[in-house]
Design a protein around this ligand. Structure first.
Ligand code: CP
Length: 312
């Protein structure tokens, strides 16, 4: 595999899940594969799980990870083509990506959306510019519109925890005080569309995700109706896509509670705001899979890096 930038880079999700579970059972089995290879992790935005689990994955493969907080620590990067660089940016992506490629065998990038400029966000300017101007493979650690390492993790976690051949999975919007990206929701939708699950989305009116991503996945505006007979409930906030980047609703009537989820397993990518997105009782209860999900971030990243290393 050359790059991992999107859930569509997964050719067969069932075989990927199987391989990730093998890696989880024996994480150091491929320790020689990444020997003398360097993974550069470039963060334009904050992270706890992605930053640590991707480094852990690299270490399990014998790679040397190096990390940079690009915003603040690096020179301001210019992405425009032909720009007269007499403003705040000091280095063009053409040089920056080419230079990082001299030091790293694989480059992983995190760059969130503006949530104010839909066209710019959907152009995936940062991620695509690295893919264009770097001479080494690129891994998406959450871009403007997708978080495929998280989506793969979530697929692994559902496969590990299901007791049914075709479980019912619900992606539910949940409240938040801030405008959040659509990336996690988008990649979860795309991962579930590749799996043999009965998948529906629940969100208030005005919060439908991009219809080019949701396609024919059923969307409920009644959370109670959507949750009926659910085996997995995955909560996530996202800002409005239709009224781009706006927060239209902050009251807590869509917060996840024990009464709402019943016997379903609860999932969230984390970080999560307790008693806003989800009640303490759910996160502290036995049906919560959030820590197991966070653990699986390592094995999803390790599988992706392994596939890239095998093709170097
Ligand atoms: N879920 C996730 O990507 O977590 P971080 O933002 O902490 O990396």
């Amino acid at each position: 595999m050359k790059n991992y930038t999107h859930i569509n880079d997964i050719d067969n999700i069932n075989s990927w899940i199987e391989e990730a579970r093998e890696i989880k059972a024996n994480p150091l089995a491929n320790f020689e594969l990444g020997k003398n290879k360097t993974l550069g992790l470039l963060f334009f935005n904050s992270s706890l799980r992605t930053r640590l689990s991707t480094q852990k994955a690299a270490l399990n493969l014998g790679m040397n990870p190096i990390v940079m907080n690009v915003s603040g620590d690096a020179w301001g990067i210019e992405f425009g083509d032909g720009t007269v660089m007499n403003g705040n940016t000091a280095e063009h992506i053409k040089e920056a990506a080419a230079v990082v490629s001299q030091y790293c065998d694989v480059i992983a990038v995190r760059a969130f959306p503006t949530l104010t400029d839909k066209v710019k966000d959907e152009s995936e300017q940062v991620l695509n510019s690295f893919a264009k101007f770097a001479s080494v493979p690129i891994v998406n650690m959450e871009s403007a519109t997708s978080h495929p390492l998280q989506g793969l993790t979530d697929a692994i976690t559902i496969a590990e925890n299901t007791t049914k051949k075709k479980p019912k999975v619900v992606l539910s919007w949940a409240p938040h005080i801030k405008a959040l990206p659509h990336a996690v929701g988008n990649s979860f939708v795309q991962a579930m569309q590749k799996m043999d699950v009965d998948f529906v989305i629940a969100n208030p009116e005005g919060y439908n995700l991009n219809s080019q991503i949701t396609k024919d996945t059923p969307i409920y505006h009644n959370q109670k109706e959507a949750f009926k007979n659910a085996d997995f409930i995955y909560a996530k906030n996202w800002s409005s896509y239709e009224d781009y980047g706006k927060v239209l609703k902050t009251d807590l009537d869509w917060m996840i509670t024990n009464k709402k989820i019943g016997n379903a397993k609860f999932m969230h990518c984390l970080p999560v705001r307790r008693n806003v997105v989800v009640a303490d009782e759910v996160l502290d209860g036995e049906n919560s899979l959030v820590i197991e999900q966070a653990n699986n971030r390592t094995y999803a990243a390790q599988l992706v890096l392994k596939k890239i290393l095998e093709d170097l």
